[in-house]
Ligand binder design. Structure first.
Ligand code: NAD
Length: 480
């Protein structure tokens, strides 16, 4: 294990158990880790951008082989330090599960494409040769979420460096220590692989003001934001080229041709992954009436706890809060104290005491129920009974709210599968598997934690962070 000893890891875990850590500032802060200063962290966004620009110049001067060496080292450190970032993420944000966060880091290390993703094109003809290359933008400004903080920093860094860019991050304030640990990891990897000591940068206290400086700074050539609708809207209004990875509310349809035993397990596995924090995770189920009882029974065999309508209403009052928006309208928002919490912790809030073997709360609801309509990001799964594929598709498309993010289906009927995929128009559509198969975990294809539906880049990778440039050699350079 590089740069960090077993003893250090033990100390962190002890600190977390004692309740120390990020919030108490005992083991780490947004600028230090166990007394070691984190590399690349600034108090002023302008300074951070200047430093990231130096990183960009350094990457631009490197050979592709040198960039790949740094990326290999990032992968190695991510593997080695996944347990630390997983513990830290849960301790700092209070959200998610340590075991699953560890797997998410390993997925990023294994399946985020590097420089091989950058491919040039050549076109030859009577008039010679035209070459199209994928060039870096320059310095990228990246805004990252609290739900996958270090995973997103590392995944974005690998792709952006592979593409030849520099990066400055403005992470979520609630996950700043974990995000900055990942920024430091990338810089340590760079240093160890012969690159600059400060390759990527971040803020010690990121705010909306520092995000605004980033969004309007002339040195920032591309904005990449991963988060809810608010931030996507903000960066798309910035006047700069922006990649927006926004909110989802993934529906699941289960028809009566599905393998119900497998569907029940897959849905609970996907829905409970990191306590439902991933934006791709199953959020509501539309089940054919004739298989709904069997599906619920299979879910119960896989760690789901069924609550009744009265209990669901009480839980609803706890997990959703009423607020008045800027226009003076009353709206419901998810309680930050409930997002990403364990199922038993949520059940305890309405007086139901169960053990850790319960990993999901399920309930039957109407389509209009808040649990169906809101992106809860908690292991709570509403199930709506439907009578036909037409009804299932109509309701599932409505529940997805036009985010065009992710949808799932369990069926063996090709016509049903095709009809839903066409109607819902999501960036990711997973058939007969847990949701995480859609980002390469148990499914084919590369991984990302930045799924850009609104701006169309989809499952982002290095090539998403490039601009195309053309070079023309007229009348020559053909070999035939
Ligand atoms: P969030 O929207 O609260 O915050 C995301 C980031 O945006 C944070 O860094 C935050 O500080 C920043 N931000 C928020 N409003 C801003 C504004 N007006 N200007 C500039 N920056 C602003 O999200 P979160 O709670 O951290 O993450 C959960 C949300 O993100 C969910 O809606 C989830 O679906 C979505 N998400 C999407 C993807 C994806 O790939 N599409 C990945 C992860 C999370």
């Amino acid at each position: 294990m590089a740069n960090i000893t077993e003893a250090e890891i033990r100390k962190i875990v002890e600190n977390i158990i004692k309740g120390n850590g990020a919030s108490a500032g005992a083991s780490w802060t947004s600028t230090e880790y166990q007394g070691r200063k984190l590399l690349g962290i600034y108090s002023d966004m302008n300074e951070a951008i200047d430093a990231a620009e130096k990183g960009y110049f350094a990457v631009r001067a490197m050979t592709v082989e040198q960039r790949e060496k740094i990326i290999t080292e990032i992968r190695r450190l991510t593997y080695a330090e996944a347990p630390i970032m997983a513990e830290m993420g849960v301790a700092e944000t209070g959200m998610g599960r340590v075991d699953h966060k560890r797997l998410k880091h390993i997925l990023v290390a294994d399946k985020t494409p590097g420089t091989e993703d950058i491919v040039s094109e050549a076109k030859t003809g009577d008039n010679g040769l035209t070459l199209t290359e994928m060039a870096p933008f320059g310095v990228v400004g990246a805004i990252t979420p609290s739900t996958n903080p270090s995973e997103t920093v590392i995944c974005n860094s690998i792709g952006m460096i592979a593409a030849g860019n520099g990066v400055v991050f403005n992470p979520h304030p609630n996950a700043i220590c974990t995000s900055n640990y990942a920024v430091d990891l990338v810089n340590r990897a760079s240093r160890a692989a012969g690159g600059p000591e400060i390759l990527v940068c971040s803020m010690d206290k990121p705010t909306l003001d520092s995000a605004a400086v980033m969004q309007s700074h002339p040195k920032i050539k591309l904005l990449v934001c991963t988060g809810g609708p608010g931030v996507v809207k903000a960066v798309l209004s910035s006047g700069k080229k922006a990649i927006g990875a926004g909110a989802g509310n993934p529906p699941v349809i289960v028809d009566d041709t599905a393998d119900i035993k497998k569907a029940g397990k897959d849905i609970i596995d996907g829905c409970t992954f990191d306590n439902n924090l991933p934006c791709i995770a199953e959020k509501e189920v539309f089940a054919f009436r004739n298989i709904a009882d069997e599906l619920i029974a299979e879910m119960q065999k896989n760690g789901a706890y069924l609550i009744n309508k009265e209990q669901a209403d009480r839980l609803n009052a706890v997990v959703l809060e009423e607020k008045t928006n800027k226009a003076g309208k009353t709206i419901k928002t998810v309680s930050r104290h409930c997002v990403g919490r364990d199922a038993d912790v949520l059940l305890a809030k309405i007086g139901i005491n169960v053990g850790k073997e319960i990993r999901c709360i399920i309930c039957e609801t109407e389509f209009g129920h808040d649990f169906v309509q809101h992106e809860l990001m908690m292991p709570i799964l509403p199930i709506v009974r439907v009578d036909s594929i037409e009804e299932a598709i109509e309701l599932a498309v409505k529940a997805e709210h036009g985010f065009r993010h992710t949808a799932h289906m369990h069926s063996k009927n090709i016509d049903h599968l095709s009809a839903f995929a066409k109607a819902v128009e999501t960036t990711i559509f997973v058939k007969n598997a847990p949701s995480y198969a859609g980002i390469g975990f148990g499914g084919e294809g590369h991984a990302t934690f930045t799924i850009a539906g609104p701006t169309g880049e989809g499952i982002t990778s290095a090539r998403s962070f490039t601009r195309k440039r053309r070079c023309v050699m007229a009348d020559n350079f053909r070999i035939i």
